[in-house]
Design a protein. Structure first.
Length: 641
């Protein structure tokens, strides 16, 4: 078509426009359709993610899919029409472009050297692949990269029987200590639960939100981890177990898993005392593990109760009923509703009960006056036994079973290796649990296991779908294998870059590798198309027999097919790289999530491009030489762009 445009200077007729559109659609349509299907299929694992990770990455997958579909429609329909209007007159050949000439001068000698030393080139790439897999085994893992919310949530837990006055004193002391750190802008603490039926926090659980100043106002060399360590060192108060997290992720964890820390071990059983004993044993096993911070056993026992047991014989002897005594106890301890006050649209009940100092005094409760008809006022201890007893501060149950929890956060180490080491230490203990008692891991580890299970199940299916698309494109298993083998070599650069950036494997990194699959296969398809086109030109010129073809002729046409249209191949890669590289320098909220997606994409795109430009021609040449020696001719593949 380009040669025809060089000769055409007059305006195009309607029939000529239709012919050009039809020819363009026939040439471009199959390639656009196949590449679009491959990229969309590579995003299937993202679509099948569930839970928090699904809600986070589904918009990315949908956006990419709709852009590709609209782009494919425009490439088939609008682009040929625009060509007929704007491409007129003499067109310069692609070799006249100075950028193309420069790229070919650099690329051709390198490719020639790789074709000359084929085995050395392949061994070098296999060694790089082995090194990449070795690095992959040494990478840490986590569910999601931690999002810097710009604030901290301090969640200390006190003893279950702490009083209101002691909690108020602790709040004041803690807030004063936290304010001494220069990076802290504001502090707000609360104890107990909020005014909502969905918050079951006990009075012993304190939540303090710490707003930090902008990072440019921090002391030089400080990070968020060092600030947490400094605050934690200041907050060593007897009887208080510290816990550090962030407000948003804490609420997400509590809503999704019921665990307020990064990781929790749920202990299920039939008896609260036994559950608490096992939880304490687990805590002892976990102490000293690198990365385990804020280790704490959720209290199952330790709550203080006032037991008032009525003496029914004495109640009857004084001419009273059980209800008479219960009314006195309710009004004195629990409070009795007197009236309701109305303030605008809000209504508040007014209750009356004895003061806190009186209610906290056991002897005062025993002297509580109970009015009788015949004997006058008598003390409450005359008709009831009053004593303090221990009991559960709050009973937790799940799946119709009693539950205790061992909680801890993970800092200064990746989540995966920390939990794996903890599980190894607990394996021996699990065999000693009696029948009816078992453990379950929860928190972010539970989410990580679910996401990994989904990815391991769907990624082989996606690779199979991509392979079938390539097979129906080439109608050759060998050509499909040449293209899809790009995927592991594309992972090399992604793994190298993730390793040297110190990023842990997570769902975000997995999404980056998934996006890389489609880009790598798409680039390899482009190279394979031009190599097969070069083979067709070779057969037209030299024939297709062992008598007329030599390895030197095959190599010359492989070099021609590889160097042909080098500029569009590099443009396809460069457009993606130029759009991704700025994310590496991005800062602010959200960059913590986007950077782990971008890092494997950039590294993998670079390594897959090197592989496609240098290794794919080597493998292609070796296959064609083997076909010629084995069959006496070269197998030709007719692939439309």
């Amino acid at each position: 078509m380009a040669n025809w445009f060089k000769q055409k200077k007059d305006p195009l007729t309607a029939e000529e426009r239709v012919a050009i559109i039809e020819k363009s659609s026939q040439q471009v349509g199959p390639g656009v359709f196949n590449s679009t299907i491959i990229v969309v299929a590579s995003f299937l694992p993202v679509f099948l993610l569930t839970g928090m990770e699904g809600k986070l990455f589904h918009p990315l997958a949908w956006t990419k899919t709709f852009i590709l579909l609209i782009d494919a429609v425009l490439a088939i329909t609008l682009t040929p029409v625009l060509i007929t209007f704007f491409l007129k007159g003499n067109l310069k050949p692609e070799s006249a472009n100075p950028i193309t000439r420069t790229l070919e001068k650099i690329y051709t000698p390198i490719l020639t050297l790789c074709l000359k030393w084929r085995k050395t080139t392949l061994l070098f790439n296999i060694a790089a692949l082995a090194a990449g897999f070795l690095m992959l085994t040494r990478l840490g893992s986590e569910f999601m990269p931690p999002l810097d919310e710009g604030s901290l949530l301090f969640m200390p837990v006190t003893l279950p029987d702490v009083s209101n006055s002691e909690v108020k004193r602790l709040l004041q002391v803690q807030d004063k200590l936290i304010r001494t750190v220069p990076e802290v802008a504001h502090v707000l603490g609360k104890a107990g639960r909020a005014n909502t039926a969905t918050d079951n926090s006990p009075i012993s659980m304190i939540e303090t939100i710490i707003l930090l100043k902008p990072k440019n106002e921090w002391r030089e060399g400080l990070t968020k981890e060092t600030i947490i360590n400094e605050l934690n060192a200041k907050m060593q108060i007897p009887g208080v177990t510290n816990g550090w997290t962030q407000p948003i992720i804490n609420r997400i964890n509590m809503l999704s898993t019921g665990i307020r820390t990064d990781v929790g071990i749920k202990v299920y059983g039939q008896n609260l005392d036994s559950i608490y004993s096992f939880a304490q044993t687990i805590k002892k096993h976990l102490e000293g593990i690198d990365g385990v911070k804020d280790l704490y056993v959720e209290p199952i026992t330790g709550g203080k109760y006032i037991d008032i047991i009525l003496k029914r014989d004495e109640v009857g002897r004084y001419g009273l009923s059980v209800d008479d005594v219960n009314v006195i106890i309710e009004s004195a301890l629990g409070g009795m509703k007197l009236t309701t006050t109305i303030e605008g649209r809000q209504r508040f009940s007014v209750n009356a009960r004895y003061g806190q100092d009186f209610r906290n005094n056991l002897q005062a409760l025993k002297r509580l006056q109970v009015q009788t008809m015949n004997f006058g006022p008598i003390p409450l201890e005359a008709v009831a036994d009053i004593q303090l007893s221990n009991g559960p501060p709050m009973i937790n149950s799940e799946n119709a079973m009693l539950r205790g929890t061992v909680l801890f956060n993970v800092r200064e180490r990746d989540l995966g290796s920390t939990v794996q080491e903890a599980k190894m230490k607990l394996d021996q203990m699990l065999t000693k649990l009696p029948k009816g008692y078992f453990l379950a891991w929860s928190g972010q580890w539970e989410n990580q296991i679910r996401a990994n299970r989904t990815l391991k199940m769907i990624i082989p299916i996606v690779l199979s779908i991509i392979f079938m698309i390539l097979y129906f494109t080439y109608h050759s298993v060998k050509e499909a294998l040449i293209t899809i083998i790009t995927v592991p070599f594309a992972l090399i650069g992604g793994v190298f870059m993730v390793y040297f950036y110190g990023v842990n494997l997570s769902v975000a990194v997995a999404v980056g590798f998934i996006a890389l699959f489609g880009m790598a296969v798409e680039t390899a398809m482009l190279m394979t198309i031009y190599l097969n086109e070069a083979m067709q030109n070779m057969v037209k010129k030299h024939g297709n027999s062992k008598a007329t073809l030599t390895p030197a002729i095959i190599r010359s046409f492989v070099i021609e097919g590889s160097a042909k249209r080098l500029r569009p191949k590099l443009m396809t890669v460069s457009v993606g790289l130029f759009g991704l590289i700025p994310i590496l320098w991005a800062s602010g909220v959200g960059s913590d999530i986007m950077r782990p997606i971008t890092i494997p994409l950039i590294g993998g795109t670079i390594s897959s491009t090197i592989y496609v430009l240098l290794i794919t021609p080597v493998i292609f040449e070796m296959i064609k030489e083997r076909e010629l020696n084995r069959n006496g001719k070269i197998e030709l593949i007719d692939v439309k762009e």
